[in-house]
Design a protein around this ligand. Structure first.
Ligand code: HPA
Length: 272
């Protein structure tokens, strides 16, 4: 198998040809709930099915279509990555990180990761957006496992102390002061967590819980991209309230918040 770094460079070359743009400035990975609102960024100038690009695996989750949309937003060329893939679909960490690596190899220096998450704080109402300030990677894997990155890629021993850019977080706060920050605990899923697991990560400082983002963030930082990650809180995490969790509730919260999420994304991209 081609190593994942070279594979991303090859996929980026294919993406440039198929999308008709030489280079991207920004990439936005659309998580559950964020796709509906993303049309606020504008009409795509091209749509590339990700299955047509080398190394991409097809998403199996409802509400995630595998497409890279190219959109111009206020003078910037944005890659909208729709159809994230997860570990719980049976993918490797390298496959999960491949779309992000590809758009960065195609030029994007800023990566905005979005997701749906459970909230640990009972005061954090479903529908709230939280900027991730740091994470607990509980997936027991890393996109940097395996072959060493070839030159000119950075060493795999990457520093993650400013993984979620302080600069981008303060930019988000400037746009919407109601947006708080929190630590995201990334589990493998696909089952939701037990109340004991939620209590554990709560003691470790987590405010959000989900099944994505952490591996993509690590891969993006390894490629020197500036990372912003935004969570839409779709439900209270297990044990925070009496209500059982269900996937429909996660999708519905996304639909309800679509307009405000689209507006937020558009304002953030214009302010970069
Ligand atoms: N746990 C894990 N992932 C999630 C949740 C949750 O409560 N809500 C949305 N994604």
């Amino acid at each position: 198998m081609t190593n994942p770094y070279e594979l991303a460079v090859q996929a980026a070359d294919e993406l440039r040809v198929r999308s008709g743009v030489d280079s991207y400035d920004v990439a936005v990975v659309l998580g559950s709930g964020w796709r509906e609102g993303s049309s606020a960024l504008g009409e795509p100038i091209s749509e590339v099915p990700s299955a047509s690009l080398r190394g991409f695996v097809a998403p199996t989750v409802e509400g995630h279509s595998g497409t890279i949309y190219t959109v111009r937003v206020g003078g910037r060329v944005v890659a909208l990555v729709s159809g994230r893939v997860h570990l719980y679909e049976g993918n490797t960490a390298a496959q999960v990180a491949h779309p992000v690596r590809t758009v960065i190899a195609a030029g994007a220096r800023t990566v905005i990761l979005t997701n749906a998450a459970g909230g640990l704080n009972p005061d954090l109402a479903p529908g709230s957006v939280v900027a991730i300030s740091d994470h607990l990677n509980l997936t027991a894997t890393s996109p940097l496992e395996g072959v060493a990155p070839p030159a000119p890629f950075n060493s795999r021993f990457v520093d993650l102390s400013n993984l979620y850019s302080t600069r981008l977080r303060s930019l988000v706060r400037g746009i919407d002061p109601a947006i708080t920050e929190g630590i995201y605990a990334g589990f493998r899923g696909p089952h939701y967590e037990t109340p004991a697991e939620i209590a554990m990560v709560g003691r470790l400082g987590a405010t959000l819980v989900g099944m994505s983002t952490v591996l993509e963030a690590i891969a993006a930082r390894h490629m020197d991209a500036e990372v912003l990650a935004l969570s839409l809180v779709t439900n209270f995490a297990a044990g925070v309230t009496e209500t059982p969790l269900n996937h429909l509730e996660v999708l519905e919260a996304g639909q309800a918040a679509a307009n405000s999420l689209g507006d937020l994304l558009s304002r953030v991209v214009r302010a970069l």
